[in-house]
Design a protein around this ligand. Structure first.
Ligand SMILES: Cc1cc2nc3c(=O)[nH]c(=O)nc-3n(C[C@H](O)[C@H](O)[C@H](O)COP(=O)(O)OP(=O)(O)OC[C@H]3O[C@@H](n4cnc5c(N)ncnc54)[C@H](O)[C@@H]3O)c2cc1C
Length: 384
């Protein structure tokens, strides 16, 4: 009689999007899989984000991973029955420098992938599905000079998607979830957890920003630290509906396809001169609309080994004021505030490593885990 609490081909540690994507990749290969999480459900970065699969604004290998992930999101949404929309993303340009960035990106892509919009078109797109009682053109920010539709982006509701994928996986043959079970390390096919040992040929550790708790030397070698983001959920103006994720100039200072344009330097200089407050808080002013109509609004970025738990009201006010300006409303009602944390490394956007034989860490070390995790899982399995 063995003394293991579970036995499977693969053990996945962490039931956020990275862990679930790896578990799903294992299932697709006919492998049995145990998934453990220290919590009773996923409450980490994967439920705290915008639900924006930011495909088009990636470049190089990240774009390849994102395109693989895009197909997997569509498949999983159909299989697990959660909300997803092939909405694209709308990037608003409110200065000549911002226009120059999107024009350069559009010119570098296949026709239709980045579609440039004039000022009226961009303002109308911001309210495409608006109810008859709201004039989208009048409601939108008058300083909008144009925009771009990023074709390949899609959206999910993060609060629903991760739980639905877990529930769907749990119904697949050979899959077992153990919640409130913490990984404590392991080697040679045996993993130690707070509830007992698990036998698995291979362990895949997807603990996101808590990598340093388990593998401090690996985290230090790759300079993995925490990035903390302030987020808000607000009530949308009456009748307001927007399908795409909405990005702004500060988003162009963050996602690689924008930052790699030659025009990005001028935009950074312009932002430094005109809106140092946005750079000071590391803003990526953007929003998405949840199926219930409310808007997920963010975000700011600060970095450190340990995240200060105290949220700055001044930061929230800057973000909120920007969104109010874009929507042309005097005041948005805040429903919720929260902090999200993700793993960040200045060296690379993800980290697949084998710190112990048979134990692989698969960590997204940039703010694109919703965008690339399904692609990353394919890459991890290809490395075995
Ligand atoms: C505010 C915010 C906005 C974002 N917006 C976007 C976006 O729009 N698009 C995008 O692509 N990305 C976005 N991201 C990034 C994305 O959310 C993350 O990259 C992704 O969710 C990371 O997934 P994960 O599974 O690695 O981490 P997590 O979701 O944090 O999951 C890690 C899991 O590991 C578990 N765990 C940790 N240690 C242990 C242990 N020892 N034993 C057992 N379990 C353990 C935790 O309980 C947790 O459930 C955003 C992130 C934040 C915070």
């Amino acid at each position: 009689m063995n003394h293991y609490i579970a036995e499977s081909d693969v053990l996945v540690v962490g039931a956020g999007i990275a862990g679930l994507a790896h578990a799903s990749a294992a299932v697709a290969r006919g492998l049995s899989v145990t998934i453990i999480d220290r919590d009773s459900r996923a409450v980490g970065a994967s439920v705290r984000n915008f639900g924006h699969c930011c495909v088009t604004a990636q470049s190089g290998e990240l774009l390849e991973l994102a395109l693989v992930a895009r197909e997997k999101w569509i498949e999983h949404s159909a299989a697990a029955g959660f909300f997803s929309v092939q909405s694209g993303a709308l990037t608003l340009a409110r200065s000549a420098a911002e226009l120059a960035v999107i024009e350069e990106l559009a010119a570098s892509r296949e026709p239709g992938q980045v579609r440039l919009l004039g000022a009226r078109e961009a303002r109308a797109e911001l309210g495409t599905d608006t109810g008859a009682d709201v004039d989208a053109d009048a409601a939108a920010d008058a300083s909008i000079l144009g925009g771009a539709l990023l074709r390949d982006d899609l959206r999910v509701d993060p609060r629903e998607a991760v739980g639905s994928i877990a529930a769907w996986l749990a119904s697949q043959p050979g899959v077992k979830f153990l919640w409130r079970t913490s990984y404590q390390g392991g080697d040679g096919g045996i993993a130690r957890t707070t509830r007992g040992d698990i036998r698995a040929e291979r362990t895949i550790v997807c603990v996101g920003h808590d990598l340093d708790y388990l593998f401090p030397e690996l985290a230090a070698e790759h300079e993995v630290e925490r990035c903390g983001l302030q987020m808000l959920r607000v009530e949308a103006p009456a009748g307001f509906q927007v399908r795409p994720a909405v990005l702004t100039g500060t988003s162009m200072l963050r996602y690689p396809a924008f930052t790699e344009t030659s025009a990005a330097d001028a935009l950074r200089a312009e932002t430094r001169q005109k809106r140092p407050d946005l750079l000071d808080i590391g803003a990526n002013v953007m929003f998405t609309q949840r199926p219930d109509g409310s808007l997920i609004v963010g975000d700011s970025h600060r970095y450190g080994a340990t995240m200060d738990p105290f949220q700055s009201e001044a930061t929230s006010e800057i973000l909120l004021a920007e969104i109010e300006r874009i929507l042309g409303v005097a005041e948005l009602r805040i429903i919720e505030r929260w902090q999200g944390i993700y793993a960040s490394s200045p060296q690379h956007p993800y980290l697949i490593a084998e710190p112990v034989p048979g134990v692989t860490t698969a960590i997204v070390t940039s703010g694109v885990g919703m965008t690339i995790s399904f692609g990353l899982a394919e890459k991890t399995f290809a490395s075995f």
